[in-house]
Ligand binder design. Sequence first.
Ligand SMILES: Cc1cc2nc3c(=O)[nH]c(=O)nc-3n(C[C@H](O)[C@H](O)[C@H](O)COP(=O)(O)OP(=O)(O)OC[C@H]3O[C@@H](n4cnc5c(N)ncnc54)[C@H](O)[C@@H]3O)c2cc1C
Length: 504
Amino acid sequence: MKNKTVTIVGAGPGGLATAMQLAQAGCDVTLVERRDRVGGRTSAIEIDGFRFDCGPTFFLYPRVLSEIFASTGRDLMDEVPMERLDPQYRLTFGGGGQLDCCPDMDEMDRQIANFAPADVGQLRKYMDANRLKLEKFRPILESPFSSPLDLLRRDVLAAASKLHPFRSLGKELERYFSDPRLVIAFAFQAKYLGMSPFNCPSLFSILSFLEYEHGVFHPIGGCSRVSERMAEIAQEMGVKIRLDEPVESIEIEDGRLTAVRTAENRYASDAFVINADFADWMSKMVPDDLRRRWTDKELAKKKFSCSTFMLYLGIDGLYEDLPHHSIHISETYDQNLRDIESDHVLSTDPSVYVQNACVTDPTLAPPGSSTLYILVPVTHQHENVDWSVEADAFREKTLDQLAEIGLGDVRERIRVEHRITPDDWQNGYSIYKGATFNLAHNLGQMLHRRPNNRFEELDGVYLVGGGTHPGSGLPVIYESSRISSRLLLEDLGIPTDFLDAAKT
Ligand SMILES: Cc1cc2nc3c(=O)[nH]c(=O)nc-3n(C[C@H](O)[C@H](O)[C@H](O)COP(=O)(O)OP(=O)(O)OC[C@H]3O[C@@H](n4cnc5c(N)ncnc54)[C@H](O)[C@@H]3O)c2cc1C
């Protein structure tokens, strides 16, 4: 019997993980990517011998991708060697204070004793509660949601009492820590979803738990190396990867997607997987009158995540005393969050994240030099901010902020520099509103209310990536690929036991 054919649009982490799983199931897979490289937001930026991760730098919870690799007969840690970081990161607070966050609970308590003595011992309680929460939440993360009836599933009802869906993450942390800096230390991870901790549902307290319990990893070569290795493996498994081929139009017959077209080719297949940014792709590709739930008007009304202003600097020498990851929390953090999420203006005192990866991984820069990756959360595209006017001044503001973490001399040491603004995310990376973490993760846009894995508006289409369930962030993006691969294979009548066999 002829193998079923599948076309995947987009070689981001979601598309690549899907390609591996569908090839393992025996499908004839073609992956079509608009850019000249794989990885999407998890690709590499290479300039004059310096190699930067474009987006993700925190590789968390390797369990999901390890299971996906195992389902194709491979070992993730052999394929992409990784180091668990200790400390995970340094937090500095504009209002004073510093924490080197690490998995050793005694060491954390020692630091907390200097910092906020009343809160000693609370971290352990927080970890215990979240261990239980993750156990309850896992079935929800690992299965599709397509209707409100799914909320009545036994696993969902069992989890409901632990998830406190209407409490914010910030409020949840205040139940454990009296010092506001500690609240931030375990809630700022909401920024991984592009949200303020005070608007983000409390169930996302599992993010900081995952860091402490399961580790923050650095894949050697960067997170982009994970994408590259996945593409190599997919090709070894027979997947055809077509780079530099943007899908420009689609063909629909009787509500079913039948083919996608690039300038060079037409790809017809039994099923399609869309990994491109959901809102960008829908609004450009699927005629508005064929959409009921996700019309252009409805999309425009949705809440989107924040964006990021990025600097990638190749510098002389290495900042040896600066840890791999540093996060500087602005003294006016509440205002900073409001600027980003509700006022849509640029902050005068922004929080900044810096990755100094060469302290762990010298392969990323020529001898005698190193890389700095700088990320500033900012509003997604909004009429209040004209980046063609603001970008240069904001670069200076960002470099000034680096003095707060001891990089006062950075300007003199810059050898190469690359910049990405929200406009670049939109225009160069095809991300709707430049909202780098997709649709926001408020309750109204999660579970069955997020675009469904088996796309509800077009037959034969399955979604993977940060725009569908479970959401944005590498572990859940990989999970989306497993959920959607399973649905697709079941619909085509292909066994999926290999996916279950690899679960731990
Ligand atoms: C700055 C930044 C930092 C981040 N940090 C982290 C982190 O530390 N840890 C973490 O877990 N997550 C992080 N994320 C979030 C998330 O993990 C990444 O954004 C991830 O790459 C998203 O994966 P994806 O599969 O949704 O698709 P993407 O990476 O967006 O890939 C989609 C692909 O589709 C392609 N495409 C689009 N349109 C077309 C078309 N018409 N035809 C063909 N191809 C098309 C794109 O070119 C792209 O290659 C970060 C994101 C950003 C932007």
